[in-house]
Design a protein around this ligand. Structure first.
Ligand code: NDP
Ligand code: OXD
Length: 309
């Protein structure tokens, strides 16, 4: 079996996959495109691969393993082979994403945006502290990462609700789905944390009309995909005073262009797509277990190309 890895920014995939697979698949050849070049494989492990790597695959390809949670970059490539696609499920990202979301919520809830401004003006003034109950958090996209965030934020004493495509029942979390569900969630959340994948259905979902459904003074956190939220609409609502601020990790164009007004606005925190880096060891352990399952003919949890995630 030939496992070809294309993840030049994360060299530890090869070493960890080798370690995990050696006891069961001692003869598997596990090589990177950097050392072996592009060519046919039985299994591809890739993060944002070039289309040329897909173009040289043949009938021996059994599956593609996407070394990240979002599959948008992979699914958008022309000539994607018709084989099962497996993506990372959590792989250490849930805990880090929950840190990120919690940081953003506390930043605004504890008035750090206002204290920062006061500091710049050398102005000493205590801000009245809200009760946590006034800061209901809405998680838009209640999947692996959304649920990890929901549980942690709830454990910190915030009321949490969430929205997903399918109906869900999660203890302690009010859940919504469908168009009306999204409106209800937006109308009743002081902060939203968006963790949506980029799919044909979610693209530009959080547009001006939907963002305006948030109550006055609400805060937006987006760490899913930049294409799910219209940044100009967001900025307009902040400038008009309807929204208080935002923390954004993902953008329609990355890196965020140097001239983009989001860089300048003190009410917006911009981070460079770092909310939840993958724990490569955990990811490689998942993929090793999945590759072994594949060799046994067991069914795998795979991406649905029709829904796009
Ligand atoms: P999941 O696939 O587990 O969850 C996606 C969630 O979005 C699910 O709850 C799904 O609903 C919901 N969803 C998808 N389409 C729709 C729709 N049309 N309407 C309503 N809800 C919808 O993904 P993860 O939680 O693992 O990851 C989420 C995203 O986070 C990734 O796709 C990636 O883009 C991003 N990401 C960002 C990182 C960063 O560092 N900024 C790091 C890692 C991931 P349902 O539950 O019903 O299927
Ligand atoms: C991912 C990401 O999708 O890092 O894994 O954005």
């Amino acid at each position: 079996m030939r496992i070809l890895i294309h993840a030049p920014e994360a060299p530890r995939w090869q070493e960890t996959l080798r370690r995990e697979l050696r006891p069961t698949l001692p003869n598997a050849s596990i090589v990177t495109t950097q050392e072996a070049g592009e060519g046919p494989a039985d299994i591809l492990v890739v993060w944002k691969p070039p289309a040329s790597l897909l173009a040289c695959q043949d009938a021996s390809l059994k599956a593609i393993f996407n070394a990240g949670a979002g599959v948008d970059a992979l699914l958008s490539l022309p000539g994607l082979p018709d084989v099962p696609i497996v993506r990372l499920r959590d792989a250490g990202m849930g805990a880090l994403m929950a840190d990120y979301a919690l940081y953003g919520i506390l930043h605004f809830y504890r008035d750090m945006d206002r204290y920062r401004q006061q500091q710049l003006e050398h102005h000493w003034q205590e801000q009245p502290l809200d009760d946590r109950s006034a800061w209901r958090v809405g998680i838009v996209g209640l999947g692996t990462l959304g649920q990890a965030c929901a549980q942690r934020i709830r454990a910190q004493g915030f009321e949490v609700q969430g929205w997903s495509r399918s109906e869900k029942h999660i203890e302690g979390i009010k859940t919504h789905h469908g168009d009306t569900g999204l409106t209800t969630l937006l109308n009743t959340s002081r902060v939203i944390v968006s963790l949506l994948p980029d799919t044909p259905e979610t693209r530009w979902l959080l547009d001006e009309q939907r963002l305006a459904q948030l109550p006055e003074g609400a805060v937006v956190i987006n760490a899913g995909r930049g294409t799910t939220l219209d940044p100009d609409a967001l900025l307009g609502l902040i400038e008009r005073g309807h929204l208080r601020g935002a923390m954004l990790d993902v953008f329609p164009d990355e890196p965020l262009p140097a001239q983009h007004p989001l860089w300048q606005d003190p009410r917006v925190i911009v981070t460079p797509h770092v909310a939840a880096p993958t724990d490569v060891s955990a990811g490689a352990r998942q993929f090793a277990a999945d590759i072994l399952a594949l060799t046994r003919g067991d069914s795998l949890d795979t991406v649905d190309p029709a829904t796009g995630y």
